[in-house]
Design a protein around this ligand. Sequence first.
Ligand SMILES: CC(C)(COP(=O)(O)OP(=O)(O)OC[C@H]1O[C@@H](n2cnc3c(N)ncnc32)[C@H](O)[C@@H]1OP(=O)(O)O)[C@@H](O)C(=O)NCCC(=O)NCCS
Length: 144
Amino acid sequence: MCELGYETTTPEMRRRLKSILCDVRYRTLLAEVDGRVCGMIGTLSHASYEHNDPSGRILSLVTLPGARRRGIGRALIASAEKDFAHRAVTRVSLDTRFTRKDAHQFYDSLGYERNGWRFVKQLQFQRRRRPTLQEIRLKWRKRR
Ligand SMILES: CC(C)(COP(=O)(O)OP(=O)(O)OC[C@H]1O[C@@H](n2cnc3c(N)ncnc32)[C@H](O)[C@@H]1OP(=O)(O)O)[C@@H](O)C(=O)NCCC(=O)NCCS
């Protein structure tokens, strides 16, 4: 994720993966060369409002800078598409930033078409703190 520009600590990544890895709609595939991880792809298969078949999303894709242009990205996409096919997914989409010119050429070369825009908005809200055990007990006592 750091290679993609999203500064992430190991504990943060563990926390994210804890949710992702126990959700069967997600797939996380790694590319390894000589036992070293050199790329990953993360996907999601989900029911669609617009189409009868389930839809597929490529949520994350990256190969290490020193391992690029060796077919690793192509191999990761091929594995993800194979997995989508097993899940009866017939339509795959993804978001990519305007600035990721390499990625645009990569997806073009693999038959992905540009067909829309992405709109993003950061929502301002206060994350709700979990009540402490003491607070929960106090609440229950008041109810009685
Ligand atoms: C996009 C990315 C995953 C491609 O991975 P990769 O392992 O280098 O890709 P491949 O070697 O499998 O390339 C397959 C084909 O895509 C095209 N391609 C890939 N990178 C390209 C580039 N920089 N310029 C032009 N074409 C490119 C080529 O046609 C290439 O085939 P070729 O090498 O035989 O000509 C990698 O560049 C990356 O991690 N970039 C940074 C993160 C990123 O942008 N991720 C996508 C977020 S949506």
